[in-house]
Design a protein around this ligand. Structure first.
Ligand SMILES: Cc1ncc(COP(=O)(O)O)c(C=O)c1O
Length: 372
């Protein structure tokens, strides 16, 4: 999802754009400046690391993800957008069915210009309430035959909510019993695992195909991996080539992903704990509502009692005054006097204490003129 980002402090500039010194936002450029990223990569490559072949970074990454997810195979893609559309295309071709079901806020429908339809001739069947998780009952009520159902774990646009494990397992089993494939949008499976506390292979093992992202929690450069059985991956590779995604020398993206797996994946449980601490402080104070309460993963939403326009202005003022960025983008609400933003706790947010976040929210809402 696109987000315009003001400059980070390491960037040299002479114009009047405010400088971000600290940010709660996971993808603020602070730790992602090209020089920093390149240095991190350099540490990981020996003089004899080849650009291609079985020992090269892309092959290493594919093997590592397949092993972690317990699948026969895995395939690098330049984007998750391409990987997921390809997975759905493969499931649809095999079954001779053209519809897939997913949450109304699925990335496939909201952010991809309906590529599933325009490029692949597929139909989208939205399931249930856009502000709630998909339910087994809503899935069971779908009348048409489905090629696949997509679960996004966690469901990012509703604050990173997750179904309970037994519910998820039952939903997947019921869908598969009707002949549809189960696909996991696991862009944030790294965060989801901190709640389920089961091996990645057990989570991925529920699904026929699993996509994950290299650049969200793992803070890679870009890129995605699709994991599945060998026959499915072989078919997906054909579609990847047809769509122009079989890029040679994707090793910088793979290296950055491998660095994320080594350095950040072990820290996910700590990120979740800190998310719970920040959200609890916000809800105890009552300045805003952190939801879900408590967060299930390192992700949650902060719902504010002020309009999007007023909070946008107040956020810009706060950044100009202190060099602190709370959000890059606000979500509007049906109630025009409210808005929200997402927090994903990673390295950036670890540098804020829960009390400090509460204090900043008070200042933000004072500047927004909220009549709390
Ligand atoms: C849940 C989810 N799925 C899929 C994607 C697509 O990934 P990419 O940006 O690599 O195309 C995103 C990207 O934001 C996402 O958040």
């Amino acid at each position: 999802m696109p987000a315009s980002e003001p400059r980070a402090s390491a960037d040299t500039h002479t114009d009047t754009e405010p400088t971000i010194r600290r940010s709660l936002f996971l993808h603020a450029p602070l730790h992602r400046m090209p020089r920093t990223v390149l240095r991190r990569m350099l540490d990981r490559v020996g003089a004899d690391t080849p650009p291609g072949g079985p020992d090269a970074p892309v092959a290493q990454l594919e093997r590592r993800i397949a092993d972690l997810f317990g699948t026969e195979s895995a395939l690098f893609f330049p984007t998750g957008t391409m990987a997921q559309q390809v997975a759905l295309r493969v499931h649809a071709e095999r079954r001779g069915r053209h519809a897939f079901a997913a949450h109304p806020q699925t990335h496939l429908d909201v952010w991809e210009q309906r590529g599933y339809q325009v490029v692949h001739g597929l139909r989208f069947h939205p399931v249930g309430d856009r502000h709630r998780l998909m339910t087994g009952a809503a899935l069971a009520s779908i009348g048409e035959p489905l090629a696949a159902v997509v679960w996004e774990l966690p469901q990012r646009d509703i604050g990173g909510q997750l179904p309970e494990w037994d519910d998820l397992r039952d939903q997947v089993a019921a869908v598969r019993a009707r002949g549809a494939a189960a696909h996991l949008d696991g862009a944030r499976i790294w965060e989801a695992q901190t709640y389920y506390r089961r091996p990645f292979a057990e989570i991925a093992g529920l699904f026929d195909t699993v996509y994950t992202s290299l650049y969200k929690a793992l803070l890679g450069v870009r890129g995605a991996v699709l994991a599945a059985d060998a026959a499915t991956v072989a078919e997906a590779a054909v579609w990847r080539a047809r769509l122009g995604g079989a890029i040679h020398d994707a090793w910088p993206l793979a290296l950055a992903g491998l660095a994320g797996l080594d350095d950040l994946l072990p820290r996910m449980p700590l990120f979740r704990e800190h998310a719970i601490a920040i959200a609890t402080a916000i809800n105890t104070d009552g300045v805003a509502l952190a939801w879900p309460d408590p967060p299930q993963t390192p992700i949650f939403h902060v719902h504010l009692p002020a309009s999007k326009e007023d909070v946008e202005r107040a956020g810009a003022e706060l950044l100009a005054a202190h060099g602190v960025q709370l959000f890059p983008r606000l979500l509007s609400a049906a109630d025009p006097r409210r808005c929200s933003f997402e927090v994903t706790v990673g390295e950036q947010a670890m540098a804020f204490s829960p009390a400090e976040v509460v204090e900043l929210l008070h200042e933000l809402l004072d500047r927004a003129g909220s009549g709390r």
